[in-house]
Design a protein around this ligand. Structure first.
Ligand SMILES: [Zn+2]
Length: 245
């Protein structure tokens, strides 16, 4: 680390759980982030500020007026621009240590697998079950840890799937139904700062995982934003899961 970096990351270096070794791990890490919406906004911003070395950001949508209420990485002037591009511009200005690659088209399973094989971690910040199950299959097939989060209305949840640990469940163990239940914010609504809470938690889990610290692996953290209550559920592997067993 150079002098600028020692100063920039000084509040990390003071933490015995991070120190120089942990920060070096962050600076050498590559993260694949899918989704630059409400969850992806704080995730991308915190990972960049925290000094993650390389961030591949994927989103094939364009910035719409109805996104701006909660997708805080995008500016009003970015309306109509691909989200991955708009996000990349904000991230470039934040931290020169983080290399940003923006992918503005939809990745199929093969392309996603190729990206996952080069990444230390995948973060799911998408909003539909089809994509979530696709990301999960790729995470399991490539044994790349996955930080998963979801937010809708006033409710959110976060967990970490880490195949490198024994008896790790996967997203399909938790949500076996790959049917057409596709509840999204566009139909149900979502309260603005909720995506900040859940996305920031995902960023926290990601940073800890990369730095070799404890994560939510094996537990699902659920947040009721209306009554401000957190709950933790223990997750276990489904021994008949067609994806991971
Ligand atoms: Zn499974």
């Amino acid at each position: 680390m150079n002098d600028d970096q020692l100063l920039r990351y000084s509040r990390h270096l003071l933490l015995p759980e991070i120190e120089v070794a942990g920060q070096e791990k962050l600076l050498n890490a590559k993260v694949l982030l899918i989704g630059l919406g409400g969850l992806g906004s704080p995730i991308a911003m915190y990972l960049t500020a925290a000094g993650v070395g390389e961030l591949v950001i994927v989103d094939h949508d364009r910035v719409e007026m109805s996104n701006l209420q909660r997708q805080i990485i995008h500016r009003t002037r970015a309306l109509g621009q691909p989200k991955a591009e708009s996000a990349a511009e904000a991230l470039w200005a934040m931290n020169p240590d983080t290399r940003i690659t923006a992918i503005t088209h939809k990745l199929d399973e093969e392309q996603l697998t190729e990206q996952a094989n080069q990444a230390d971690l995948i973060i799911d910040a998408t909003d539909n079950f089809t994509t979530r199950h696709l990301i999960n299959r790729v995470s399991v097939a490539t044994s790349t840890p996955l930080v998963s989060g979801a937010a809708i209305r006033f409710e959110g949840q976060i967990t970490v799937f880490d195949r490198r640990q024994d008896d790790s469940p996967c997203y399909h163990c938790l949500y076996p139904d790959n049917g057409d239940e596709n509840l999204t914010c566009s139909e149900s609504g979502v309260i603005s700062p909720l995506v900040g809470v859940i996305g920031s938690m995902q960023a926290l889990e990601a940073v800890k995982l990369l730095a070799g610290q404890p994560t939510l692996h094996g537990r699902l953290l659920m947040f009721d934003g209306l009554y401000s209550q957190w709950q933790t559920l223990k997750l276990s592997k489904d021994n008949h899961c067609p994806v991971c067993s």
